[in-house]
Design a protein around this ligand. Sequence first.
Ligand SMILES: NC(=O)c1ccc[n+]([C@@H]2O[C@H](COP(=O)([O-])OP(=O)(O)OC[C@H]3O[C@@H](n4cnc5c(N)ncnc54)[C@H](OP(=O)(O)O)[C@@H]3O)[C@@H](O)[C@H]2O)c1
Length: 252
Amino acid sequence: MPNVLLLGGTTEASALARLFAERGVAATLSYAGRTEKPRAQPIPMRIGGFGGVNGLARYLRDERVTHLVDATHPFAATMSANAVAAARAADVPLLALTRPAWLPAAGDRWTHVPDIAGAVAALGGRPRRILLALGRLHVAAFAAAPQHHYVLRFVDAAVAPPALPDHHLIVDRGPFTVEGDRALMVGHGIDLVVCKNAGGTGAAAKLAAARALGVPVVMIERPALPPRAEVTDPHAVLAWLDHAPSPAKRGV
Ligand SMILES: NC(=O)c1ccc[n+]([C@@H]2O[C@H](COP(=O)([O-])OP(=O)(O)OC[C@H]3O[C@@H](n4cnc5c(N)ncnc54)[C@H](OP(=O)(O)O)[C@@H]3O)[C@@H](O)[C@H]2O)c1
């Protein structure tokens, strides 16, 4: 019988957790512990880091995990790289459940940048009104461009106020709609959106709203990850569980 460790923190991981519960697949969902109140889940949860590659490899062995599924966010590059290395060290098969990157459509005005520093550099000197759709961990870098007005949207109220001299903070975990994001951008006079190329539908409303309003977007592209098997459909994970050689099937 599979005993799955599911690395989560995304809509996709929650969808897969529901599927595991429906199908009676034994699985534990792991959260980093970044948000105050993670969503309630229909399978057992654990919260907090493992302690790097060695800590995760130890967890896989100690908990007799047979399959590791990485459904973390495409920008959770450290966790995903650790998962590849720990799966190899513990000899546990790994599959990533991810989502295709967003591609520009007709009418989009995107500037592609490789990382947060590239996004800060792309803002230019003229003061602008910017929707910074990034999450609180990355906001501090924008203190290097204090001439802009920033509108921030966080899942939780910030523990400490964001280190930006001119900002407006909205606390909302979505789901977001195109109409809602359009109204937000008009209401705040937004003339630039900065976001990460997360992919998926959950956070795409702001892009459609920006397109409709002719607002340009600074798009931070995804970090590079080590090679690994990937699927985009939660049902493909179930098929993989049926066929991946678990330690038990190998007689370990
Ligand atoms: N980065 C984003 O834009 C973003 C957006 C939405 C949601 N998230 C979610 O937020 C979480 C943290 O993202 P991040 O970008 O800070 O990750 P990260 O930089 O890749 O990971 C940093 C450390 O956090 C711990 N960690 C990360 N994800 C974990 C998980 N699911 N379970 C247990 N420990 C985890 C690991 O600690 P140890 O080394 O101690 O094991 C990891 O080395 C992830 O679960 C991700 O799916 C991230």
